[in-house]
Each structure stands twice: as structure tokens, then as C-alpha cells.
Write a protein that binds this ligand. Structure first.
Ligand code: ITT
Length: 191
């Protein structure tokens, strides 16, 4: 059975991906291969950051692997917070990060935004990318308590609830991450 390392230690992400990919591949975390390194994420695009993760594992361990990067792009803020989503305010404090987005957005009329995920896969000496995105609107104050990150201020197009007002099942059925992982899984099923 083929093994693939997922460049994450987020057990929740790993389980979600293993469930979608099925049993044809065994997916291991960084912990599983005893990698405690802080893998650099210094790119200016999601692609670059995702590829940095797989390049690191390929160079250091010679393993087949994949890694992801995601974030929120807001048109009125010229695509910010983008690759800086996790630390937009300078810290990982999501209260502060959301406050900064709301402050910079003010009463701006254009509130269009999208969540994006890019997955980099290195398999059989080939590099592949899989992308998922979901369009929506940034609202003026937080709504909902579920999910994580910027979920309380994002309403996906065609819905009237924020991601934070949706159940995990509802969000996972339409999310940027689910779309990208679905493409990865479809590709792996052909291998
Ligand atoms: P890793 O250790 O796996 O890199 P991370 O927190 O950096 O974890 P991501 O790269 O997937 O996770 O996402 C970067 C940031 O983008 C994340 O901290 C959130 O602020 C935001 N984000 C990503 N996906 C999101 C989602 O589904 N809902 C809300 N915010 C999200």
C-alpha cells in the first residue's frame, strides 16, 4: 500500500483527508515520521507555500507527500489577508485578526472575498497542484460560533448563514478545502 506524508500536525485535517482519500493510501502526519521541524512558509502565494512544504520533505526525507496552504482573499483589501491570514494582525490571535479586517473594510461597498486552498502533491517524481476556492461576502460584524479563523464574517454566495453558523457537515460540503481535497482524492484514485 502506498504511503503519503501530509505536511501537517493537525490531526483533524489528517482524519478528514484520510476519510476522503479512502484506503488506497496510508496518510501519515509529520509526527508519524518524527519530523518536528518548523517548515518555512515564506512564499507570497498559496502555491509557493504549499510547495515549500513538499520540497522540504522531499529534500530531507525523499518521501512522497502533500502539503496545503489556505487563506482569505478580500477584493477591497487588494487580496489581503491572503497568505498572511493566520497572522494578519501580527499575532495568531483570531479576535485581533478579524478586528483588523473589519476595521480596514469599514463601510466599503465592495465586500466580495474568497477562501482559497492550494495543495501541492509530490508523487512518482511529479509535482501537482490542486486548488479549491469558494466565493462570498464579508459582513460587518461577527455571526456564529462554529468553525474557526474568519468563519464568523464570511457568507458563501448562495447562502444566508456565515461559515460559523453552519454545522461542520454543511461547511465541509462546500468549503475551499473540501474542493481541493476532493480533487486530490480523485487524482490519487487513478494511481
Ligand atoms: P497549518 O499548521 O496546517 O499550516 P494554519 O492555521 O496555517 O495551519 P491554513 O494554512 O490552512 O492553516 O490557513 C491559514 C489561515 O487562513 C488560518 O489560520 C485561518 O485564519 C484562515 N483560514 C483557512 N481556512 C479557513 C476556513 O475554512 N475558515 C476560516 N478561516 C480559514
Amino acid at each position: 500500500m502506498l504511503e503519503l506524508v501530509f505536511a501537517t500536525n493537525n490531526a483533524h485535517k489528517l482524519e478528514e483527508v484520510q476519510a476522503i482519500v479512502g484506503e488506497a493510501f496510508v496518510i501519515k502526519s509529520l509526527n508519524d515520521i518524527d519530523c518536528q521541524d518548523d517548515i518555512p512558509e515564506t512564499g507570497v502565494t498559496f502555491e509557493e507555500n504549499a510547495k515549500q512544504k513538499t520540497d522540504y520533505l522531499v529534500n530531507k526525507y525523499g518521501l512522497y507527500c502533500f502539503g496545503d496552504d489556505s487563506g482569505l482573499e478580500i477584493d477591497a483589501l487588494n487580496g489581503e489577508p491572503g497568505v498572511y491570514s493566520a497572522r494578519y494582525s501580527g499575532s495568531r490571535d483570531m479576535e485581533k485578526n478579524i478586528d483588523l479586517v473589519l476595521e480596514r473594510m469599514g463601510d466599503h461597498a465592495n465586500r466580495t472575498a474568497r477562501f482559497k486552498t492550494v495543495i501541492s502533491l509530490y508523487l512518482n517524481e511529479q509535482q501537482h497542484f490542486f486548488e479549491g476556492s469558494i466565493e462570498g461576502q464579508i459582513i460587518k460584524e461577527r455571526r456564529g460560533i462554529d468553525g474557526f479563523g474568519y468563519d464568523p464574517i464570511f457568507i458563501p454566495d448562495g447562502h444566508d448563514k456565515t461559515f460559523a453558523e453552519m454545522s461542520a457537515e454543511e461547511k465541509n460540503a462546500i468549503s475551499h478545502r473540501a474542493i481541493a481535497v476532493g480533487k486530490l482524492a480523485d487524482y490519487l484514485k487513478t494511481k
